[in-house]
Design a protein around this ligand. Structure first.
Ligand code: CAO
Length: 416
């Protein structure tokens, strides 16, 4: 069966994580994604954090599956000419170079439109053009700090903290993928391509929307009732770090389970759902709390919420995180075990759903990678390996009309 994006040609002029994550998603859904890389060098992630000498690092393979690779020095006249040929027949060009790098190469948005008015041009930068930081090079954690995530993550008595989740990188790539698909639908109506830009700061902020909500609430009422600082601590004029507090109206916390002294992940996330309070009391062996005025409402519980969590921890002391969740789920308590990466890697359900996939590559052998978190009723993305550097150079140039002799000469001149 044809995949939904089959026939869409994407030039993947991206590197590291943010851009490659975007184009990888589109490749999974059927687009033909051609990665254009510097001859002899390629995407920096090919060599970063290698676990097997001389083999492409997992950092690269996990972000570039289902793609083809062409090596091309786009700063040479011959390389530019080849790139222009590719642009003329492409649907989408995606890049995430440092600000100004593509312009310096001669591929300004104006030039791209001249070459192909139907082209959709996807671009990722650290900051938007309006930002005073627009000229900065940006990596993941820089974006998390600039987008509001770091100042609101961690504990109130510690420094701003970054998340392990790639809020700046992969998340920005996902935003761009949505933008590109929207522009493709737009093009079907107008016949014209357009430029789609996403800044990493904006993509992080979009995920921090509840913290912007909290800033506005704080300015109106002076406190945030679901934060651990309420009602006993002090609020300033900015949203504080709330530790592991729940972000909505349902208080929650990470609680210790049996074995926490030796296992750093022997914890569950436990949520007190207002409408489920009576059953929660039953689950944790405190049925008397259901109608006790000191416990019966969220407002009554808030001043001593940590005493309640301490009591739940006493109940958890002889239960593993999995045993605890088995009990709590029967009472409708929103909860989950804190899963380690080892547990996730070996989770049969994640394998069965295709969210974690085992790929078998000729040189590397078997390795795990992520599969599509988006599930479709009509097809299941088939995750293949990542291309070797320049693996498809001859094939692509042959298709563009270059003879074997011409290709050999380009190689000799280090254009490819
Ligand atoms: N042929 C010829 N030259 C090429 C090339 C090719 N195929 N591919 C890249 N280059 C050149 C670029 O044109 C650039 O040259 P100039 O500096 O002379 O203009 C040079 O290689 C380096 O480009 P770069 O953008 O990769 O620069 P960098 O390694 O110093 O910075 C990064 C990397 C990621 C910080 C920067 O690209 C950036 O800020 N990107 C935008 C935000 C982003 O996506 N960040 C990464 C998120 S993932 O952690």
């Amino acid at each position: 069966m044809a995949l939904p994006l089959e026939g869409i040609k994407i030039i993947d002029f991206t590197g590291v994580q943010a851009g490659p994550a975007c184009t990888q998603l589109l490749a999974w859904f059927g687009a033909e994604v051609l990665k254009v890389e510097r001859p002899g060098v390629g995407d920096v992630t090919r060599r970063q954090l290698r676990d097997v000498p001389d083999l492409d690092a997992l950092y690269f393979t996990m972000l570039n599956s289902n793609k083809k690779s062409l090596t091309l020095n786009t700063k040479t006249p011959e390389g530019k000419a080849i790139m222009e040929q590719l642009i003329r027949e492409a649907d989408v060009l995606v890049e995430n170079f440092a600000p100004g790098a593509l312009d310096r190469m001669g591929f300004t948005w104006e030039r791209l439109q001249e070459l192909n008015p139907r082209l959709i041009f996807g671009s990722i930068k650290g900051f938007s053009e309006e930002s005073p930081y627009a000229d900065l090079k940006v990596y993941e954690n820089v974006a998390q700090c600039a987008g509001g995530a770091a100042s609101t993550t961690g504990f109130w008595d510690g420094p701003p903290t970054v998340s392990a989740a790639a809020l700046g990188d992969s998340n920005t790539g996902m935003h761009l993928a949505i933008g590109i698909l929207t522009a493709l639908l737009g093009r079907a109506k107008t016949g014209r391509g357009q430029k789609v830009s996403v800044s990493m700061q904006d993509a992080v902020l979009n995920l921090c929307r509840v913290k912007l909500r909290d800033q506005e609430r704080l300015e109106h009422v002076g406190y945030l009732e679901e934060y651990p600082q309420y009602p006993n601590g002090k609020f300033t004029d900015t949203v504080p770090r709330g530790g592991n507090a729940g972000g909505g109206g349902q208080p929650g916390w990470i609680l210790k389970c049996k074995g926490w002294q030796t296992d750093p992940n022997a914890y569950i996330y436990f949520t007190i759902q207002e409408q489920n309070w009576a059953r929660t009391c039953e689950a944790i062996g405190k049925p008397q709390w259901a109608n006790d005025p000191a416990y019966a409402t969220a407002r009554a519980r808030q001043p001593h919420i940590f005493d309640i969590f301490a009591e739940v921890e006493r109940w958890l002391a002889d239960k593993t995180k999995f045993e605890a969740v088995e009990i709590l789920r029967k009472f409708g308590v929103p909860c989950a075990p804190v899963l380690s990466m080892k547990e996730i890697a070996h989770d049969p359900a994640l394998r069965a759903s295709g969210s974690i996939v085992e790929v078998d590559e000729e040189l590397r052998g078997k390795y795990l990678t992520v599969g599509s978190p988006i599930k479709f009723s009509d097809f299941k993305p088939n995750i293949t390996g990542a291309p070797l550097l320049g693996e498809h150079t001859d094939e692509v140039l042959g298709r563009l009309g270059y003879s074997a002799e011409q290709i050999a000469k380009l190689r000799q001149n280090k254009v490819i």
